[in-house]
Design a protein around this ligand. Structure first.
Ligand code: UDP
Length: 495
């Protein structure tokens, strides 16, 4: 490892990593963590962002500066107007409608020009680019300038392997979209339908984006995954063998945030006082609270919200429930809340957060005993790190396959029973009734009386221990990062 310069406040870094995230919370948050992890090992990092996204993470940028971490935040203008997006829509979660996702990706690909100018002008010359799977616009310039390009895949090796094996499987493209099929070449039997595993870019509208992402993946030098070897050893190995390129599992990145302030400032400013949330949790018994949060993108319709609320009330357990602003302001739901929830024990039993919640603070609090999650990969990993078992409620994208990993492989979750992506549901149809919510909560939380639930919690605690060990010096992720930095440093010497 001798080639690496340890950061000493000077600008003399042997490696310069350029990080290019996709501007979506589930992609940006882990990359901001990754930037700090790499910089803490002495390499220089340039983190590509845009003005609105930079403003959201200003407290992190300020902290990075005050800690003397060698990270430069590079703000490129995001071409909203050119792509037909309202001004300021620089992140997927800021889009007023999901119909604007395709124009958003057009805007992303227009970043190519300003990105190229930056890469050509920046000093020192980049030793490597780490780019989100969805940032394929980086491939051309990396190739022209002979800069190694490494793909950052958001979810697990299990997910990537499942999806690649499905995609190469003839039956996947021919079978009825709701018919579950067995995924070929997996170490363990996994059955899923095409509707549940559509990939990132389903349908003809996305063909160009999909093809470019796939090409850029094939021509990349290797892959970084936000996972750790001990979580999914057989899938990490299988994936390595499949792509015949280096795969570096160097997560879970969220564990970089050890103190309260850094946990509280992930993503963007919380809509509540994090200390108040923490003291509310302090007043509850260990592992007694159910936490419900569906990530940055899911928007739940009123009839479904009411069913969730009914289930939570019937569970007789304390809970934190996170709502989006547009959900909470709906008059029908407000009425239900004021009749059913607000009078209830005057906030003793329930805490409803509208807007951005300090999820990392909440999940790592010892009073939290269960997490109702939409199965976004970051949320799952954060629960794994906290040893919190999950109720899995997938909505779309990678989430149904993530659920398979949690419930069938790791066995740290209870499946709530959703089988169809939310966008295929009829307007007033609910995926899950209140009774099913209540039942899943009692299956998950009854570990005093129920052996299955106790064993599940035990497995979750063991996974958390392994996650922490992986990130410590000498742990698998720590050592994989050492190998990655060595690889980059060697490659740039050869260039
Ligand atoms: N998150 C948060 N507060 C919220 C909603 C989300 O801190 O109120 C964070 C969460 O901790 C995770 C990320 O946003 O790090 C969401 O990523 P994930 O992959 O779970 O889901 P996505 O938002 O991409 O669907």
């Amino acid at each position: 490892m001798g080639e690496l310069t340890v950061f000493n406040g000077s600008n003399d870094h042997k490696c310069h990593f350029v990080l290019v995230p996709l501007m979506a919370q589930g992609h940006m948050i882990p990359m901001v963590d990754m930037a700090q992890i790499i910089a803490a090992r002495g390499a220089l990092v340039s983190f590509v962002t845009t003005p609105v996204n930079a403003a959201r993470i200003r407290p992190i940028i300020d902290r990075v500066k005050s800690h003397g971490l060698p990270i430069r935040f590079v703000e490129l203008t995001f071409p909203c107007a050119e792509s037909g997006l309202p001004e300021g829509c620089e992140n997927v979660d800021l889009l007023p409608s999901m119909d604007l996702t395709r124009p958003f990706f057009d805007a992303v690909s227009l970043l190519r020009g300003p990105f190229e100018s930056f890469v050509r002008d920046v000093e020192p010359v980049p030793s490597c680019m780490i780019v989100d799977y969805c940032s394929s616009f980086t491939a051309g310039i990396a190739q022209e300038m002979d800069i190694p390009r490494i793909i950052f895949h958001g979810p697990s090796c299990f997910y990537i392997l499942c999806f690649q094996n499905l995609w190469e499987h003839k039956e996947y493209h021919e079978v009825d979209e709701f018919e579950p099929i067995v995924i070929p070449d997996m170490a363990q039997q996994v059955k899923i339908s095409r509707a549940q595993a559509p990939g990132w870019f389903p349908g003809p509208d996305w063909k160009e984006v999909r093809d470019k992402a796939m090409e850029a993946e094939v021509s990349a030098q290797g892959v970084i995954v936000n996972t750790f070897h001990e979580l999914e050893p057989e899938f990490v190995e299988c994936y390595r063998k499949k792509i015949k390129k280096p795969v570096w599992p160097i997560g879970p990145f969220s564990l970089y945030n050890k103190d309260f302030t850094s946990k509280a400032s992930r993503g963007k400013k919380s809509s509540v006082d994090e200390r108040q949330v923490s003291s509310w949790l302090d007043s509850k018994e260990t592992r007694s609270v159910v936490f419900v949060n569906f990530g940055s993108l899911v928007r739940t319709k009123v009839c479904q919200l009411i069913e969730i609320g009914r289930g939570l009330l019937a569970s007789n357990r304390p809970f934190i429930w996170v709502l989006k602003e547009e959900e909470e302001c709906c008059p029908e739901f407000r009425q239900w809340m004021s009749e059913e929830l607000e009078g209830m024990e005057a906030g003793e039993r329930s805490l409803v957060i509208t807007g951005w919640a300090p999820q990392a603070v909440i999940l790592s609090h010892p009073s939290v005993g269960g997490f109702v999650t939409h199965c976004g990969w970051n949320s799952i990993l954060e629960a794994v790190c906290a040893g919190v078992p999950m109720i899995t409620w997938p909505h779309f994208a990678d989430q149904f396959l993530n659920e398979k990993l949690v419930v069938e492989v790791l066995k740290v979750g209870v499946d709530i029973g959703v089988r169809i992506p939310v966008y295929m549901m009829k307007e007033n149809e609910v995926s899950v009734k209140g009774e099913a919510v209540e039942k899943a909560i009692s299956r998950l939380m009854d570990d005093e009386t129920d052996e299955e639930s106790k064993e599940r919690r035990g497995r979750a605690a063991k996974l958390a221990q392994n996650a922490w060990k992986a990130m410590e010096e000498g742990g698998s992720s720590y050592e994989n990062l050492t190998r990655l930095i060595e690889y980059v440093s060697e490659s740039s010497k050869l260039a």
